[in-house]
Design a protein around this ligand. Structure first.
Ligand code: ADP
Ligand code: MG
Length: 481
């Protein structure tokens, strides 16, 4: 079995360069009306944002009462807070997105951390194949990583590993749980209802790899912990990457469904908020969302995630563009074979198009003509593409704001100084995602919220956070602080 490391690339963060729909020289009234209809459909008004936030808070309450609700509100078994003084060396394995990562984390106290990591691409066939093969692949990646970084394990000792497995898992202890469902394009056979830790530990044992899975971590929980190591006032971790989700610190007395030890006061809740509005009661889904949902590997599931997350935004945009093309309102009705294929319009292109500041929209032209092989495009074409991208991207950021506002209002954290750690390439690279979220929070709570709430990039929540979780687990072997 081969596991090939891939290099990570760094893209500088840019701001959105807005396109004014009134400045577009439309080719016809029909085109102008079609664009206006899209603006109406994709714009989340301040009123709708608040309605969504309220509905989201009701969902949180339901999920805290009992299992099986739309917002799963999973008890993470992570209790107690970090203060940055923690020390030790741990491994983290991050699975659940575009890449698999192995990270070695060395905590030196005083909020200091050093890490080494290698990323591996997971073959699409492995994602939807045999579960045992998928977990064997994970073990091989860890084994290769130990070789590559010359990490030697002496005698009978084992390295403690935090396993970031970013799928909905019903946790039964700090390192036990059962998979509720696959998401984000994974669908390995026979895993639902099984314990991913047992599968991983078996794969290590079969190969005599001296690693013990000490903690099962959701990336949102890891993100919260990683941010808290640097910012002890962190109340929430959010993922805006391939998928979207959030975790926050809840009072145990508010978790009605909790049957465990109530000695601790607080526990981190993994919300699985990407599943919000399965009922389709409040989110303003368009035909373009529905078309994408129907073709996804998990139709009718993860409805909010599909309007927010990096895996889906490009595909929604593609659907809008195809519709305009089919009505001969874009590219004079010409299509490119590339754009005809599903998932070819990458969300990363949207970042480039949003940041395109040139009067001729040069970067947008390059994507359309060089990357997607369209014949010569007009400025009008490129302006409309840019506007569509902005509509889809801004809607995603405003829906993220509704969710974050719901958590801040539920916990009351907006009233005091609180930090939010966000991890994921969408948040990191998409122009103005952070300012759009803050603007949404201001609509809900007023301008003063800017003084209390800080939103920061929680770099490497799923690596460092998982290590911190393994540390907490080792400290409190029964998971209770
Ligand atoms: P994961 O969620 O797998 O941990 P990431 O946080 O890197 O991984 O998120 C990957 C997602 O981010 C992909 O769906 C991809 O479309 C999106 N993405 C990658 N680069 C960019 C970018 N420059 N701008 C916007 N989205 C991006
Ligand atoms: Mg990630």
């Amino acid at each position: 079995m081969s596991s090939t490391p891939i290099a990570s690339k760094i893209i500088p963060k840019a701001s959105r360069v807005k396109i004014d729909p009134a400045q577009i020289e439309y080719t016809s009234d029909k085109q102008k009306n079609a664009v206006q209809a899209l603006i109406d459909e994709f714009t989340i008004s301040p009123e709708l944002l608040k309605d969504i936030k309220n509905n989201f808070m009701e969902g949180m309450q339901k999920g805290l009462k009992k299992d099986g609700e739309t917002l799963a509100m999973i008890t993470s078994y992570v209790m107690g807070r970090l203060d940055g003084s923690e020390v030790g060396s741990y491994l983290a394995l991050d699975v659940g997105g575009t890449n698999l990562r192995v990270v070695s984390v060395h905590l030196t106290g005083g909020g200091e951390i050093s890490t080494r990591q290698t990323k591996y691409r997971i073959d699409e066939k492995l994602k939807v194949g045999d579960a045992k093969a998928l977990f064997d692949f994970m073990a091989v990646c860890v084994d290769n990583f130990l070789d590559e970084h010359q990490i030697v394990v002496r005698g009978d000792t084992q390295i403690e590993l935090g396993f970031t497995f970013s799928f909905p898992v019903l946790q039964t202890s700090i390192n036990r749980g059962t998979l509720i469902s696959w998401t984000k394009g994974f669908n390995a056979a026979g895993m639902v209802g099984k314990d991913p830790v047992a599968y991983l530990q078996d794969a290590f044992n079969r190969r005599h790899i001296p690693v013990r899975v000490a903690a099962l971590v959701n990336d949102t929980v890891g993100t919260l912990l990683a941010h808290a190591y640097h910012h002890p006032d962190t109340v929430m971790g959010v993922i805006l990457g391939t998928g979207c989700n959030g975790a926050y610190i809840e009072q145990i007395s508010n978790i009605e469904k909790w049957k465990g030890d109530a000695a601790a006061k607080e526990m981190v809740i993994n919300m699985e908020f990407g599943a919000f509005d399965k009922e389709r009661a409040i989110l303003p889904l368009t035909m373009f969302d529905n078309k994408m949902d129907r073709k996804s590997v998990n139709p009718n599931k993860q409805i909010l995630e599909k309007m927010i997350a990096g895996m889906y935004l490009g595909e929604i945009t593609r659907n809008v563009l195809l519709n305009l093309i089919d009505r001969r309102l874009l590219f004079e009705g010409h299509i490119s074979p590339d754009l005809n294929q599903m998932w070819t319009f990458e969300t990363a292109y949207m970042s480039t198009i949003e940041a395109d500041a040139s009067p001729t929209l040069h970067a947008t032209r390059k994507i359309l003509e060089s990357t997607l092989s369209f014949p010569a495009t007009s400025l009008n074409d490129r302006q409309i593409v840019k506007l569509v991208v902005e509509l889809v991207g801004k809607r995603a950021a405003r829906l993220s704001a509704a969710a974050v506002a719901g958590i801040l209002e539920h916990t009351g954290a907006w009233k005091q100084k609180s930090a939010i750690g966000i991890d994921g390439s969408l948040f990191e690279y998409y122009p103005s995602f952070d300012t759009d979220i803050m603007d949404g929070l201001e609509e809900v709570f007023g301008a003063a919220v800017r003084k209390n709430i800080s939103i920061g990039l929680a770099q490497d929540g799923s690596g460092v956070g998982a290590a911190l979780c393994a540390l907490l687990a080792a400290k409190h072997s029964n998971g209770v602080v």
